[in-house]
Design a protein around this ligand. Structure first.
Ligand SMILES: C=C1C=NC(C(F)(F)F)=NC1=N
Ligand SMILES: [Mg+2]
Length: 219
């Protein structure tokens, strides 16, 4: 099988839905089914912060959402929790700078997808060297989905990474919704990561579909 190619990774990153039970008051399985029907291209299970699940409950929901993704051909990525990612044989793992190092994660994940959050150029360069298949940059705009988020960077951080010659696939995250997608994509991002614009929408299906329509200009 081998590592995912850059071209394949870029396709998956187009509309990347990141979600955990803490992001909704609806049934989590229903939200993910609607997001998939609306056209998301990649899914990350991120059970974190106030009201999130842990232990057996977290694993149980992870398995349910992994199965829904599997049935629809959407890769299932786990956030932070490498033990869960390995236990579920997930399609990939996303780690931040405070999680396990990318080198170590690459060893444990084999050829699975490995995403790394980067805030500075050095973090981005290091992650790419250590085997990251994509970088998450942001928060691009103010976000309500991460209580310890850093200062928003603006889309110019993506342009800067490109200017510094970073070729690794990049996805922007943080406060992205229909009206600022164009600015993020024009800055050189390969895709957008969305939490609340889909999870908190009255219709996650409609929201995902509208976002997909917008992103289609960049496919
Ligand atoms: C904190 C995060 C930053 N970026 C990303 C992604 F969009 F996947 F790159 N996921 C996260 N959980
Ligand atoms: Mg993390």
């Amino acid at each position: 099988m081998g590592r995912i190619t850059r071209a394949e990774m870029i396709q998956y990153l187009k509309l990347y839905f990141i979600f955990g039970s803490q992001n909704t008051t609806q049934l989590p399985e229903q939200v993910v089914k609607e997001a998939i029907a609306g056209g998301i291209t990649l899914f990350q299970y991120r059970e974190k912060g106030e009201g999130s699940k842990a232990g057996a409950e977290k694993e149980e929901l992870a398995r349910k959402l992994q199965e829904i993704c599997r049935q629809n051909g959407i890769p299932f990525i786990v956030n932070d929790d490498i033990d869960l990612a390995v236990q579920l044989n997930a399609d990939g793992l996303h780690i931040g700078q405070e999680d396990i190092g990318a080198k170590e994660a690459r060893k444990m994940m084999g050829d699975k997808i490995l995403g790394v959050s980067a805030y500075t150029i050095d973090e981005g360069l290091e992650a790419a060297e250590d085997g990251a298949d994509y970088l998450g940059l942001g928060p691009i705009y103010a976000t309500g989905s991460k209580d310890d988020a850093a200062e928003e960077t603006g889309p110019q951080v993506i342009t800067l990474f490109r200017k510094m010659g970073i070729k690794t696939p990049i996805v922007g995250i943080g406060g992205i919704y229909e009206d600022n997608i164009d600015e993020v994509m024009k800055s050189g991002s390969d895709g957008i990561s969305i939490i609340s614009a889909i999870a908190s929408a009255p219709s996650p299906f409609e929201s995902a579909r509208n976002l997909k329509k917008r992103i289609e200009n960049y496919l």
